[in-house]
Write a protein that binds this ligand. Structure first.
Ligand SMILES: Cc1cc2nc3c(=O)[nH]c(=O)nc-3n(C[C@H](O)[C@H](O)[C@H](O)COP(=O)(O)O)c2cc1C
Length: 384
């Protein structure tokens, strides 16, 4: 009888107990219609719930219609969008996974191409498909990169409305049954563009020094926390570094994490990059296994806040080492879950936690353990 690997020890966050430390990272599907989730989303996210993850994140979900990244991105800006999310959330709950939603606004990157159509600003070809552009917004009229549209700089009144819309979307997320909300403060989208000195050149209360640039992130967090129940956790995804000279730094992230903690954020989800161009992970940093984990470790140590590590975490032993060595509290799996939606179940086998399909849905497990025990079962290298 071996000890339970840390990866498979339940984690309590406020009034919630996660069955393990594995989170499926938010991943845009560019497949929603007019901001409404589709059957695709239920199947896509449902596989992660039956695949054993502790938490399953729905992709970046816009709090305003104009805050969608692409025409195919979902939202929670109107009540008619609640049922689609409820379907996903209820399914996850029935299968032991905690449903989580990432609330965001694309800001300067709003209205771009779906990745498979180019991953850049919309072109004539996209217009011909019916994907018409709309006016992106940001802290200042500075485009994401050359060739991208110039954003409209939000007025104080528009910022006020935006903050209220975050709270309204959080209320809808709660009504849908989500148990975790995450503020999308990363990847060059609206909140990140206010944080970074590269994109924020405002001279009012929402720009200038670090406190000014953090103001929007903190006000959004406060507004969501005010409607998000005390017993449910709130996450914040940050781009821990811009990876561009004179950009947002890890030191800034630690300061932000302390402020977020004081406002009721429970977990800092540490990604990076995205401030210049379409890419997410920070330019400059070599993308190697777990390359963003040190950000999660630093925030955890210096801000005393629980963290989630993400980025090229693909192997069970790697994930186990991250959480057992205290480098992060949770690990988020993105693309590897697209390869194997049952990654957590397979990780449980690999780490010797479940060799008898006990954590599998009974519809599968009952059969699989019998097949495994039967003489018909082919074992590579075995007797056949
Ligand atoms: C298809 C796809 C869509 C993504 N959409 C989002 C998103 O909606 N929100 C977000 O914060 N990150 C998004 N990301 C980034 C992932 O959440 C994750 O941080 C990144 O893929 C690195 O983790 P990985 O190496 O395990 O894939 C997306 C990544 C992929 C591959």
């Amino acid at each position: 009888m071996t000890d339970t690997p840390t990866l498979f020890r339940p984690l309590s966050l406020r009034g919630l107990s996660l069955r393990n430390r594995i989170v499926i990272s938010p991943m845009c599907q560019y497949t929603a219609h007019d901001g409404h989730l589709e059957d695709w989303h239920l199947v896509h996210l449902g596989r992660f719930a039956t695949g054993g993850a502790g938490v399953v994140f729905t992709e970046a979900t816009a709090v305003q219609k104009s805050g969608r990244i692409t025409h195919g991105c979902p939202g929670l800006w109107t009540d008619s969008q609640i049922p689609g999310h409820a379907h996903v959330a209820q399914f996850a709950l029935r299968h032991g996974a905690v449903p989580a939603v990432q609330l965001g606004h694309a800001g300067r990157k709003a209205g771009m191409q779906r990745p498979w159509f180019g991953n850049g600003p919309l072109t004539e070809e996209d217009f011909a498909r019916g994907d018409m552009p709309w006016q992106p917004v940001g802290p200042s009229p500075i485009p994401v990169a050359e060739g991208w549209p110039e954003p409209h700089a939000l007025s104080l009144q528009e910022i006020q409305t935006l903050v209220e819309d975050y709270a309204a979307a959080a209320r809808r997320a709660l009504a849908a049954g989500y148990r975790i909300a995450e503020v999308h403060g990363a990847h060059g989208y609206l909140i990140h563009s206010f944080l970074s000195p590269l994109s924020n050149r405002r001279s009012d209360a929402y720009g200038g020094d670090l406190a000014g640039r953090m103001r929007l992130a903190l006000e959004v967090t406060e507004a969501i926390r005010a409607v998000w129940p005390d017993e449910l956790p709130l996450f914040f995804r940050t781009s821990a570094v811009d990876g561009v000279p004179d950009g947002w730094s890890l030191e800034d992230t630690v300061v932000l994490a302390r402020e977020l903690k004081a406002r009721g954020v429970d977990v800092m989800d540490c990604s990076s990059g995205g401030i210049a161009g379409a890419a997410t992970a920070a330019g400059g940093a070599k993308r190697q296994p777990g390359f963003q984990v040190p950000y999660a470790t630093r925030v955890r140590e210096d801000a005393g806040l629980a963290t989630m590590a993400v980025g090229l975490i693909t192997h069970p032993e790697q994930a186990e080492a991250i959480v057992s060595e205290g480098r992060a509290d949770l690990v988020a799996i993105g693309r590897e879950a697209l390869v194997d939606p049952s990654w957590p179940l397979h990780a449980a086998v690999a780490l010797g936690h479940d060799r008898r399909f006990e954590s599998w849905p009974e519809q599968y497990g009952w059969w699989l353990v019998r097949r495994q025990d039967s003489s018909e079962f082919y074992r590579p290298g075995g007797e056949g």
